[in-house]
Write a protein that binds this ligand. Structure first.
Ligand SMILES: C[S@@+](CC[C@H](N)C(=O)[O-])C[C@H]1O[C@@H](n2cnc3c(N)ncnc32)[C@H](O)[C@@H]1O
Length: 177
């Protein structure tokens, strides 16, 4: 293969990747695929208890990193990641492929029934959290655990507010309901 052909193929791959990412951000998800640092996730999870029979959701699971860290702490629970955008969905499927406890669904959170959750993790923007609020409020009322990073459901008072010792670029606080 000539250098020109290799250069052309690289440019086409980069262009396609950029288009998929832009489509994901602007059209599909509208909440950016910003990941928490692993140390941030570990700090949060070290302060909650996941029991063997729990069903744990990450709503907007990105590349699945929260669920992977949770499995390391409690391998007997069931973990479900909901992700609407194409790129993070494929990354999550790939990274979680060896963890049979984790299932990733490519679906809009707003159209998904997660009423069987014992614990829900969210790291989302306020607009979307507002739309999720009716379902979240029901869970909180039924004494289920909701963890919200940076932005929290309004109208419901959290049990605890924590400042992260291991913050991420866009994650400094988390709320426990
Ligand atoms: C800020 S990222 C959080 C990723 C991961 N939970 C973490 O903490 O590293 C939010 C994720 O939610 C996804 N998302 C946004 N709106 C969604 C929706 N309506 N349904 C499902 N996923 C959505 C985005 O694609 C993005 O990957």
């Amino acid at each position: 293969m000539t250098i020109q052909a290799a250069f052309l193929i690289t440019c086409v791959i980069l262009l396609i990747t950029t288009l998929i990412i832009a489509y994901d951000h602007i059209v599909v998800a509208r909440v950016p695929f910003i990941r928490l640092k692993i140390s941030t996730i570990q700090e949060i999870l070290s302060q909650v208890q996941i029991k063997p029979k729990d069903i744990v959701y990450d709503l907007g699971c990105g590349d699945g990193r929260v669920l992977i860290q949770a499995v390391k702490i409690q391998p007997k629970a069931t973990y479900i990641g909901i992700e609407k955008a194409i790129l993070p969905y494929f990354l999550a499927c790939f990274y979680t492929r060896k963890h049979t406890q984790i299932t990733i669904h490519r679906v809009d959170i707003l159209k998904y029934d997660y009423s069987d959750a014992e614990m829900v993790f969210i790291y989302l923007l306020p607009d979307l959290i507002k739309k999720l609020q009716p379902q979240l409020r029901k869970l909180i009322k039924n004494s289920k655990t909701v963890i919200a990073v940076e932005f929290a459901p309004a109208e419901v008072r959290p049990k605890e507010i924590h400042t992260l010792k291991q913050p991420s670029k866009f994650g400094h606080t988390w709320f426990l309901y």
